[in-house]
Design a binder for this molecule. Structure first.
Ligand SMILES: Cc1ncc(COP(=O)(O)O)c(C=O)c1O
Length: 454
């Protein structure tokens, strides 16, 4: 009998089939919409990731507020996915909704700066400790732009990523270590460039591998999340960030910290909480309350170097920017979000509750003697199907068991609980309550009881 991290495979598969039926019985309207959508939406969804959920067909949402989503069939869910971080500070936070209503009839996009831009620049500098900022529309864009800038100012061709990373759909970062060899990430469509010519990949927490790569002198930038979150979670070894910073400085490589997910640490992200000193910082997803928006900041030294390499041309075509970036409405929303939503009090609540959520999950796992563990960065917590925390992307990937994830996720969905469809990630937002967390704990315990029953 095959065992998946202490769970009999046949048991998990059987439970999944039963839960599929239960799902379908209570979601006829979603099923009808899913069928209708197939007529003109490729694969029946407007964006491919929406088929990544564990459900047999997508749940069609009717509305969401705070920490809850309601679907078209009237089912209520506690949402611990929160738009995979886009709504990390809750669905439709009241100040953002007010600002949307008040501002929308004043013109949305005019390619001119507004007073809000000045305030946003000040806010970001104060919060993250970097003096200069630019606005982009997605975290993907922010990362693309900083990598271009890093290559521009260093004159070096390559960037370095950690194995198992995700920084958006940025071609350069789609390199993986497979059987010790650098290869394009499996699943990539239409990759025309030789990624090994423009990037290098090493394992997270591997200082020797990192130094070996940096010492060649051709790496413009290391881009990383301070805690890896996209291959399950991988925590940095205690001195990893100190050494990463020292080595990048030693070899003239710029350091990009992508805070898009690790902003879950607190108001100034992991960077502020752990006194990191990046050359660039990027942050997208929740920065404007769920409206597409991202920001990137850099040091005064980098700003000066950018000035020196910026060509003197009479147009804006440097490869940086998109038409709708930094539109007036989004600047207003970032401002309001920073001032009134992403507050220290909100983060404190999220962190406290996520701690309780993680402790509860760990207790449920312990009681059932499963060789799993729970890991957390601030408001982001995750259960993992390995006894020991992984030290790098390869170890984390080896611990992923997709069909077991799907069974648990669908079981939770059927009991009014959503966690992220990618691995086992949960987020608490300012509106999440202890009762919401209790709903997750109860459903998770019931699921594990069924999975471990003799
Ligand atoms: C760490 C990190 N950076 C960047 C991105 C890209 O964000 P977006 O898809 O909003 O461009 C993601 C998306 O999951 C992410 O996890």
């Amino acid at each position: 009998m095959t065992s998946w991290a202490g769970i009999a495979e046949a048991k998990a598969r059987g439970l999944y089939e039963r839960e599929r039926e239960r799902f379908a019985a209570t979601r006829p309207k979603s099923r009808a919409l899913a069928e209708a959508a197939k007529r003109h939406l490729h694969n029946g969804v407007p964006m491919s990731w929406m088929t990544d959920w564990a459900s047999p067909y997508p749940i069609f949402a009717r509305e969401a507020s705070g920490a809850h989503i309601r679907d078209v069939d009237g089912n209520d869910y506690v949402d611990f996915c929160l738009g995979d971080t886009g709504s990390m500070f809750g669905h439709s936070p009241a100040p953002v909704v007010r600002a949307l209503r008040d501002y929308a009839d004043r013109g949305i996009t005019y390619m001119l700066p507004t007073e809000d831009a000045v305030v946003v620049g000040e806010q970001l500098a104060h919060r993250f400790g970097l003096p200069f900022w630019q606005i982009a529309t997605t975290a993907t864009d922010a990362n693309r732009f900083v990598l271009r800038l890093a290559r521009g100012v260093t004159g070096r061709p390559r960037i370095l990523v950690f194995n198992g990373c995700y920084h958006g759909t940025v071609d350069d970062t789609y390199l993986r270590l497979i059987d010790g060899k650098q290869q394009p990430r499996p699943g990539l469509i239409g990759q025309a460039q030789d990624l090994t010519a423009i990037a290098k990949v090493v394992e997270f927490n591997d200082l020797q591998g990192l130094e070996g790569a940096l010492s060649k002198g051709d790496i413009a930038a290391v881009i990383c999340e301070p805690v890896m979150t996209n291959i399950g979670m991988v925590q940095p070894a205690p001195d990893f960030h100190t050494h990463l910073r020292a080595l990048t400085r030693q070899y003239g490589t710029l350091l990009v910290i992508d805070e898009t997910h690790c902003i879950s640490t607190g108001p100034g992200g992991y960077t502020h909480a752990h006194r990191l000193e990046p050359d660039f910082l990027t942050l997208g997803k929740p920065i404007a309350g769920g409206i597409p928006c991202a920001v990137y900041g850099f040091t005064a030294e980098v700003a000066e170097r950018i000035r020196k390499v910026t060509p003197k041309v009479d147009h804006g075509h440097t490869g940086i920017g998109t038409t709708l970036s930094a539109n007036a409405l989004s600047l207003r929303l970032i401002r309001v979000n920073l001032e009134e939503v992403m507050t220290p009090a909100a983060s404190a609540h999220m962190e406290r509750l996520s701690g309780e959520l993680a402790d509860g999950l760990a207790g449920i796992i312990r009681e059932r003697r499963l060789p799993w563990h729970v890991t957390r960065v601030g408001a982001r917590a995750e259960f993992v199907f390995t006894a020991k925390p992984p030290r790098n992307g390869s170890e984390a990937e080896a611990g992923l068991i997709a069909p077991l994830e799907r069974t648990i996720h669908l079981y939770l969905i059927n009991r009014g609980v959503m966690i992220a469809p990618f691995h086992n990630m949960t987020l608490c937002c300012p509106a999440t309550t202890p009762a919401d967390v209790a709903r997750l704990h109860d459903a998770f315990a019931a699921c594990l009881d069924e999975l471990t029953a003799k």
